[in-house]
Design a protein around this ligand. Structure first.
Ligand code: ACO
Length: 324
């Protein structure tokens, strides 16, 4: 078995900002409520003609430029998203063509909502560590504003658009992916969804007319219960302890969820990185956005250990401990 390592990162958020005071004009809410209950101050919103594939391309170009990498020898493309431009073809196929990645390279989307980036990262690790592939592009991207109901104050205050990309490449010295844990509970599928071909799950009739619907309270309780257990399983899998984790990067759903998770883990909140304050909940993009913010702010360095934990619709969750 070979080793694998994250060798480069890039990110992108759209230019247009939607602030809490902008939202006060749309629904019955206020800045104080939103900041207190979520920690979110503003989000970025894609242009009408800007889709998830465009967000991905911008994030990947940012990665290639910053790290002096080439797209020509990427040998697998994975895109985690739940807001694909189309039901099919995949966003991965679209960006493969636009980035000039060879036609002999596989490309597919990973569907695990807010846990999607970590699922895709875990898949990339499996491909590279097994020796099947040498340079896998992993993108987490979502344009949730396109499926957000801006008359529903319990959801429209949360979501924003963005993309984050990493390269996972062969490491001849050692495997930098130290541990993982995956989980899923479809019994909670009706707690957060967007209808597709079917309008019923778990005996529950679904609504929303193609917009994102959630029972925020249920998702909140499930995440605060499940994530600390999952983090412990990642650590057990790695044979590591929390003291050996330099940065914890949970999905940026809501600061009020990250706080109790850190409390239950007895992990300092000051070592948790999140991207929600100025980008909102960007679903599959939230974890790579937070990691990239940490790197740009000079907090996160090569050699440090980061524990990434995604969770959301499914209800699906996934964690990875990796050394940068
Ligand atoms: N402004 C003002 N008041 C509001 C707003 C708002 N934007 N939204 C709700 N309220 C009101 C409610 O109507 C309610 O009023 P009432 O007591 O008079 O009935 C009160 O605030 C409390 O409502 P709750 O829903 O209980 O508020 P809560 O503290 O749970 O916060 C929130 C709601 C922010 C949605 C929270 O539950 C949450 O973040 N949940 C997790 C959501 C999540 O992470 N989803 C991830 C899935 S995304 C994916 O997978 C694609």
């Amino acid at each position: 078995m070979k080793g694998a390592k994250i060798t480069a990162i890039g990110s992108y958020v759209p230019v247009s900002r939607l602030t809490n005071s902008d939202l006060e004009q749309l629904v019955d809410t206020n800045d104080e409520w939103i900041v207190q209950r979520t920690g979110i101050r503003e989000r970025r919103i894609s242009r009408e003609d800007e889709y998830t594939s465009d967000l991905c391309i911008a994030a990947v170009r940012n990665l290639l430029t910053r790290y002096g990498k080439s797209a020509a020898d990427i040998d697998m493309v994975l895109v985690a998203t739940s807001t694909a431009d189309f039901s099919f073809p995949s966003v991965a196929s679209i960006i493969q063509h636009r980035l000039g990645i060879p036609l002999t390279v596989g490309a597919f989307d990973v569907s695990a909502a807010c846990a999607g980036f970590v699922y895709a990262l875990h898949t990339a690790h499996a491909y590279v560590a097994s020796g099947l592939h040498r340079k896998v592009l992993v993108v987490g991207a979502d344009a949730l504003s396109k499926i957000t109901d801006y008359t529903d104050r319990s959801t429209c205050i949360l979501f924003g658009d963005g993309a984050g990309a990493v390269l996972v490449e062969t490491d001849e010295q050692q495997d930098r992916f130290l541990g993982y844990h995956l989980g899923s509970d479809g019994g909670g599928a009706h707690h957060v969804y967007r209808t597709g071909l079917s309008h019923t799950v778990n005996g529950v009739e679904l609504g929303g007319s193609g917009k994102l619907v959630q029972n925020g309270r249920e998702v909140f309780k499930w995440a605060v219960r499940t994530v600390p257990q999952g983090v412990q399983r990642v650590l057990d899998n790695a044979g590591a302890t929390l003291e050996q984790v330099d940065w914890f990067i949970p999905h940026s759903a809501n600061l009020r969820m990250i706080e109790p998770v850190c409390e239950r883990l007895n992990y300092p909140l000051s070592q948790a990185l999140y991207s929600l304050e100025y980008f909102g909940n960007t679903s599959a993009a939230s974890i790579p956005l937070a990691l990239d913010l940490g790197i740009r702010e000079g907090k996160v360095h090569s050699g440090q250990r980061v524990l990434l934990y995604g969770f959301g619709a499914g209800l699906a969750h996934a964690g990875v401990l990796t050394e940068l």
